[in-house]
Design a protein around this ligand. Structure first.
Ligand code: HEC
Length: 262
């Protein structure tokens, strides 16, 4: 039967070969086993797991969902209107396109403490004061006797705008007597470190704090004063300050409490 054999010598029964092949006579071709039954167990098995297809544990799912949920709550509370000016010191001008400068925000349409420009300046000034001035002049404004003169009831602070701005923008040095105590220190110049708005705010703050009551100072006035004092780059002496004109600097506002008029 060489012609009916494959290369591996496995004998294949030939259809036209009626006689039983002596080689195959012990083989039984009738099936007495149920093939489906044999494979049942294989069908019952889960599929072989594949990398990357593992199911996410429930607890992890819960953690992720509550994290996203928490982010949503946070965003809901602090979204700030997605406004680029949410942390701008000058929310009033930014949120009203500069229009409100004259109205004083009396209609209160902008939410962020935009009520009163004066209150806003004082708030900003208070921050400036604690950052830049309180270390010497003390949070109480009382200074340190013999070293840093008090700002409470200081003639310079509540006096003519020009006098105060000269001290703040250019600094002050040399002998002076304040409220009966002699000083001979050096007050740093702030003109280079603070912008007009910040100088105006801190001036307004110290003019209205600790029982002081002098009118606010506007950024426009600070800008004008900067130009005036540019010819005097060094620190002032108290005699020079007191010799400066006492007339108001243009661009100011009315007395405290009054509407900005410009
Ligand atoms: C490093 C300490 C120091 C810091 C900070 C400082 N000052 Fe002074 N300040 C002085 C000294 C010292 C004098 C007195 C100068 C002198 O003796 O000639 C003075 C004087 C003054 C005066 C004049 C007071 C008067 O009655 O003659 C004013 C106003 C003033 N400072 C405001 C401020 C403000 C506002 C700030 C913050 C922006 C500030 N100072 C920060 C040390 C300081």
């Amino acid at each position: 039967m060489a012609n009916n054999t494959y290369d591996n010598d496995f004998p294949i029964p030939s259809p036209d070969d009626d006689k039983p092949d002596p080689n195959l006579r012990n083989l039984d071709y009738s099936e007495d086993v149920n093939v489906g039954k044999i494979h049942e167990s294989i069908l019952r098995e889960n599929k072989e797991p594949r990398e990357g297809m593992e199911p996410v544990p429930l607890w992890l799912l819960a953690v992720i969902i509550s994290f996203i949920f928490g982010c949503g709550i946070y965003l809901g509370l602090f979204w700030g209107g997605f406004s680029a000016t949410a942390y701008d010191e000058d929310t009033r001008i930014a949120s009203s396109g500069g229009e409100k400068g004259k109205g004083g925000g009396a209609n209160g349409e902008t939410a962020v403490a935009a009520g009163d420009p004066l209150q806003e300046a004082i708030k900003l000034g208070k921050r400036q004061y604690s950052n830049n001035c309180a270390s010497c002049h003390q949070p109480t404004g009382m200074g340190v006797s013999g070293q840093y003169p008090p700002l409470a009831k200081s003639d310079i602070v509540i006096g003519p705008e020009r006098h105060l701005l000269a001290v703040l923008l250019n600094g002050l040095e040399g002998h002076l007597t304040a409220q009966g105590v002699a000083y001979n220190g050096a007050m740093p110049a702030w003109g280079g470190n603070m912008n007009d708005k910040q100088v105006a705010a801190v001036s307004t703050f110290i003019r209205q704090e600790w029982g002081n009551s002098a009118g606010p100072i506007t950024p426009e006035q600070v800008a004008a004063a900067r130009k005036e004092f540019a010819s005097h780059p060094a620190a002032y002496k108290i005699e020079e300050v007191e010799a400066l004109p006492t007339t108001p600097i243009p661009g100011g506002t009315a007395a405290p409490g009054g509407e900005a008029k410009k």
